[in-house]
Ligand binder design. Sequence first.
Ligand code: SAM
Ligand code: SF4
Length: 431
Amino acid sequence: MNEYDSNRISDLVKKINYKKTKILSDADCYILNTCHIREKSTEKVYHDVGRVKKEFRNKKKPTVIIIGCVAQAEGEILLQKEKYIDAVIGPQSYHQINSIIKKIEKDKEKIISSDFDVIEKFDNLNTTKNSNNNISSFLTIQEGCDKFCKFCVVPYTRGPEFSRSIAELVRESKELVKNGAKEIILLGQNVNAFNYEGHKLSNLINELSKIDDLKRIRYTTSHPKDFSEDLIEAHKNFDKLMPLIHLPVQSGSNKILKKMNRQHTIEEYLNIIDKLKKVNPSIQFSSDFIIGFPGESDRDFKDSLELVEKVKFINSYSFIFSPRPGTPAFQLEKIDEKISKERLIIFQNFCEEIKLKYRKELLKKTSNVLFENRVGKKNEFFGRDMFSNSVITKSEKDLTGEIIEIKILSGNQNTLFGKICNESLKKEYAA
Ligand code: SAM
Ligand code: SF4
C-alpha cells in the first residue's frame, strides 16, 4: 500500500511542477514514506534523514517531509528530535502535500498533519490522474481496520475501515489499463472487508472483470473473518481472478489466536480453505505468522508448524512478535528472545522445505506467465505465473505485457526459469 501511496504522492506533486529524481543530491524536497508495523521503523527514519543531512551538508537544505504510519504514530516527537524535518504527514492526509510544501517554502514553518481525512483524501486523489504504467499495478480499494488485533498498530495509524466507491475504482482501473496495466492488485489492510454502500469485493471483481484489456485480478490482504460466501463463489465465477490467496493466520493455536483477538479459530480458517478448494481445486495459499507472541508455548508453536504442514502454504511470511507502543500486546509479558529466535529459524526452515517441494512439482510443467519487464539489458524477460511465482524466460522479441505458456525447466528458491512451449511462438520469440 505504501508503494501505491508513494506513486500517488508523485502524481499529486506534479501539479506544483515537482517531479521524481533518482539522484538524491538533485532534490529540492525529500519525501520519506514510512511503515510502522514492526520495530526499528522510527530509527530508520532518523537514519535516512541523517543520510540526507550528510548529502546536503554544503548545499541548500531540501524540504524534508515524513509521511505514513511512523509520521502518524510519532507526530511531534519527530519534529522535536530531528530539527532537519520540516513536516510530518499521516497516511490519511497526504493529499495536502502540495499546500504543505508551499507553506514550508513560504513561511519556513514546521507542520504536522495527522487528521483521518480519508474521504477528503480520496476525493482529491480521484481528480488526480494515476500515471502508474506498470503491467501489474496496485489499486487501493479499502483502508484502515476495525479488528484491533492485540499486536497491531494499523487501527491506530490508518484509522477505521473505509471503502472507496465502485464507480471511482472502475474509473481508476480503466485509467491504469489505458496506461498499460494487464493485472490489477486490489489493496486493503482488510481488503475483503470492502463494502461500499452494500457492494462487496465480489461485486467489484465482477465489474472489473468486464474491462476487456484487464487480464488478471488479485487482492490482498484478506482477513479470515471477512471471507464471505460470495467471495468464495467469485473464485468459481471469474477466470480473471488469480488462484493464489494470501490469508494471514498468525498462529496455528486457538489459544494464541484468542489472545491476539483474531476473532476466528483454526477450524474456521481451515473451513474457508476447504470451501475455496471445493470451488477451485487449483487454488493455493500463502500466509503470515507471528512467532513468539506472549504466552506462546512449545505446543502452540508446534500447532503453527502443523498448520503449515496441513495447508502447504506456497509462501509463508513469518516475523518475531514486535511489541508496538500503544497496542494492548505491548503490556504483555514477553517470551525469552532466544526462544523466539530459535523458533523463527525452525519455522522458516520448515516453510522453505514445503515451498521447495511445491516448486519441484512445477518443473517440466507449463504455466501461463504474464511478462512484466525486461531483465536489465538482456534478452530475458521477467513475469509471474498465476500463483505469483517469478519466472524468467529468454526471448528475442519483447514479451512485456503478454501472457504466454511457459515450460518450467529449472528454478531456485525465488525464481523459476523456463522456455516458450508453443512451436510457432517459439520461432517468433525464442532467443
Ligand atoms: N490485515 C492483515 C491481517 O489481518 O492478517 C495483516 C496486515 S498487517 C499490516 C501485515 C502483517 O504484519 C501481519 O499479518 C502480521 O503478521 C505482521 N505484524 C503486524 N503487527 C506485528 C507485530 N507487532 N509484530 C510482528 N508482526 C506483526
Ligand atoms: Fe492489524 Fe490485520 Fe489485525 Fe487489522 S486485522 S489489526 S490490520 S493484523
